[in-house]
Design a protein around this ligand. Structure first.
Ligand code: C2E
Ligand code: MG
Ligand code: MG
Ligand code: MG
Length: 294
């Protein structure tokens, strides 16, 4: 009977929703204190200069291994931590961990002035009144020059507290801490604030990179985003590079740097160092025209 069938489907749907909500709640509770219980770590993904093929830095990405649930993706738990406010404590841990890593790598001679570690910060962190000052104090306490650290922040969220975002970003810019807009083009991008906020880098989201080979519109969008970034004095990092021809195309349009599985996955600290030591820049083909169709 169609009528009964419909009810059953609604009932099942509601049960699924309840299961999902319970799962969210469990995760949200499990996040609290996870760094202190030793469940979290950082992985590092290299950023490569498209002009020189040199490693220009790395992005620190948070990893969570729950004792029973196993690996949980930041795409799943970061939004929960943002909603609950736990992102503030987790973000502190990420910054602290990153600074310790920078100190270690400087001692080992891995870091020079052309190499930075980028940390993702939630808008909720960045818009705190004392965010920039505390960050600068912490860099000073570790004796780390500001240029070794960079920040990445997504556009969504910044607008809810534009006034504070502006104050914090201005202070960071004065002190030469580079700040990138992450996932550019996927949020509610406003040309006005790209122009008026002092960002140094624009990160092209993977969504515009994945179909470059077969989609002429995406190629055009990549060109436009790169031109827009350059017009406001930013450099461009493309994320999610998985093929040689994506890298070659992005280089041909003037995009400065690239990051993606084509070069390396995000790696635990020791593996990252080994990867850097093995990295041998390959010359890139000059023409990309023949690689594309569509
Ligand atoms: P994001 O900052 O845009 O980081 C890029 C994401 O793309 C990472 O996912 C990375 O592993 C993935 N990725 C890199 N190259 C490729 C590629 O070639 N192909 C594909 N398919 N994926 C690639 P991940 O590590 O799962 O992180 C997801 C998001 O979680 C990050 O996106 C960032 O927004 C957030 N996140 C991660 N760590 C932190 C953190 O410490 N703090 C905050 N606030 N957010 C974080
Ligand atoms: Mg990022
Ligand atoms: Mg990104
Ligand atoms: Mg992205």
């Amino acid at each position: 009977l169609p009528h009964r069938g419909g009810n059953l489907r609604i009932q099942r749907y509601q049960e699924t929703l309840e299961v999902q909500q319970r799962h969210r709640l469990n995760l949200q509770q499990a996040i609290r204190g996870a760094p202190q219980r030793g469940e979290m770590s950082l992985a590092f993904q290299p950023k490569i200069s498209l002009a020189t093929q040199q490693i220009i830095g790395a992005e620190a990405l948070l990893r969570w291994h729950h004792p029973e649930l196993g690996h949980i993706s930041p795409a799943d738990f970061i939004p929960l931590a943002e909603a609950s406010g736990d992102i503030l404590a987790i973000g502190e841990w990420v910054l602290e961990e990153t600074m310790q890593q920078i100190v270690t790598w400087r001692k080992q001679g891995l870091l020079n002035e052309h190499f930075h570690i980028a940390v993702n910060v939630a808008a909720r962190q960045l818009t705190r009144k004392d965010f920039a000052q505390k960050l600068l104090d912490r860099l000073a306490a570790y004796d780390i020059p500001e240029r070794f650290l960079a920040l990445e922040v997504t556009e969504s969220g910044l607008m809810s507290d534009m006034q504070n975002a502006r104050v914090q970003l201005a202070q960071l810019a004065r002190m030469n801490v580079a700040v990138a807009i992450d996932d550019f083009g996927t949020g509610h991008s406003s040309l006005a604030y790209v122009k008026t906020l002092p960002f140094s880098t624009l990160k092209i989201d993977r969504a515009f990179v994945m179909d470059l080979e077969k989609n002429a519109v995406d190629r055009q969008l990549a060109v436009m985003i790169t031109q827009l970034a350059h017009a406001v004095g930013c450099d461009v990092v493309a994320e999610g590079i998985e093929t040689a021809s994506q890298a070659a195309y992005l280089r041909s349009i003037g995009c400065e740097a690239a990051q993606g599985f084509y070069y390396a996955r995000p790696l635990p600290a020791d593996d990252f160092v080994a990867w850097c030591n093995n990295w041998a820049p390959q010359p890139m083909p000059l023409t990309t025209r023949s690689l594309f169709n569509g």
